[in-house]
Design a protein around this ligand. Structure first.
Ligand code: FSX
Length: 376
């Protein structure tokens, strides 16, 4: 399923009215960059810290607009090591020129985290007068010269894989380093190309998209984008049918799915022309768009969520079983399509003993179904 021009524009139609306060800085930047009435191109300096380069690779996989359309019509990409031709002094000169001559006229995009241990020396980018320059120093200088800052990918937004315990380099997120201007966060490991390009196009054409309290564009990560609510395996969850091993039919909750605590529209958007996404391919959602990724939920990639705060039920520290029990017990239309926050009531959680037997029954259903499958 290709994303058409019409569909792409529809993505934004609902969000134009809800500009965030951070739009206050945008007119200045657009004026400085000579962008008028959505016409012109956004100058981007894309700096890379501790990363795997999955983010820029995802970016160039954009389908609509295509990568060449983005590069010719939407942005002027001044610097991005993964795809640029220049290296060595040529590349370093670009960064220096942007810092000194282009103040306020460009967006600084950053992927990868920034190590601060050992004065930042775990990540050096280029040299000036024979002296290595740390990513930390570059980002401090570039961000103070930039008109706006966009953190791309979970390493840049929350720290991601490089900041996973024990975080030997003391890797930080962009928001921990850049304090003097708003940072738009586009998480994902890597982010979907639409999330990156869509945000940039939105900034150019309509202004800053509405952001949530973690500065993520709500068009892609809003409260109605909880993975669990839009997952095609949700019917199994509601029926209490859980896969116990990979390849089995059922909800992937017990195999570590973090869908109930994860915001992104992957289930409806899909990857690779909408062909597939994590849960559809049998791999549980790892929660890569959340600050808890990779280890902050208290469980490993393939371990069931332990105690989690159920949104909207701050008085209850329910564990994953309890959520499953509560929702599994309330099978059907009453909860279909609703967020956990709306679906789970404290009352339902108190009906634990009755629902325990519901789950046991669900397990039996699943076992029967597996036995039948194996017998075929
Ligand atoms: Fe991190 Fe991006 Fe994950 Fe990799 O560059 S968000 S490890 S996909 O690549 O920074």
């Amino acid at each position: 399923m290709l994303i058409t021009r019409k569909k792409f524009l529809q993505i934004f139609s609902g969000s134009i009215a809800g500009f965030a306060l951070s739009n206050l800085w945008l007119p200045k930047l657009l004026q400085a960059a000579n962008v008028k009435n959505g016409k012109g191109r956004l100058p981007i300096v894309w700096f890379q810290g501790q990363n795997c380069s999955g983010c820029p690779v995802s970016f160039v996989n954009t389908e609509y607009p295509s990568a060449d359309e983005v590069l010719i019509e939407v942005i002027t990409l001044e610097y991005l090591p993964t795809i640029m031709g220049g290296t060595g002094d040529v590349a370093v000169d670009i960064l220096e020129r942007m810092i000194t001559d282009e103040k306020g006229k460009f967006i600084l995009a950053i992927d990868g985290s920034i190590p601060v241990d050992s004065d930042g020396n775990y990540c050096n980018v280029g040299e000036i007068n024979g002296k290595s320059i740390t990513a930390l120093k570059w980002i401090q200088a570039l961000s103070s010269a930039a008109g706006a800052v966009v953190a791309i990918g979970t390493c840049a937004t929350w720290g991601g894989i490089p900041a996973a315990p024990p975080n030997p380099t003391k890797a930080k997120a962009v928001r921990d380093i850049v304090k003097d201007k708003p940072v738009i966060n586009i998480p994902g490991c890597p982010p979907h190309p639409d999330w990156i390009v869509g945000t940039l196009v939105h900034v150019l054409k309509y202004g800053i998209p509405t952001l949530d309290d973690l500065n993520r564009p709500v068009i892609f990560f809003g409260p109605d984008k909880i993975v669990h609510d839009n997952c095609e395996l949700r019917q199994y969850f509601d029926a209490g049918i859980f896969a116990k091993d990979f390849g089995q039919k059922g909800c992937l909750y017990e195999l570590g799915c973090k869908g109930p605590v994860t915001h992104c529209d992957a289930p409806v958007r899909g990857w690779n022309s909408g062909v597939n996404w994590c849960n559809r391919s049998g791999g549980p959602c790892l929660g890569c768009t959340e600050p808890t990724f990779p280890g902050g939920t208290g469980s490993g990639f393939y371990e069931k969520l332990p105690a989690v705060q159920v949104p909207g039920l701050s008085e209850i520290n329910a564990n994953a079983n309890t959520i499953g029990i509560a929702l599994g017990g309330a099978v059907g239309a009453a909860i279909a399509g609703h967020a956990i926050a709306r679906a789970v009531s404290a009352k339902k959680l108190k009906q634990k003993s009755k629902q325990n037997s519901d789950v046991e029954n669900s397990d039996k259903v699943m076992e029967q179904s597996n036995t039948q499958k194996e017998g075929k």
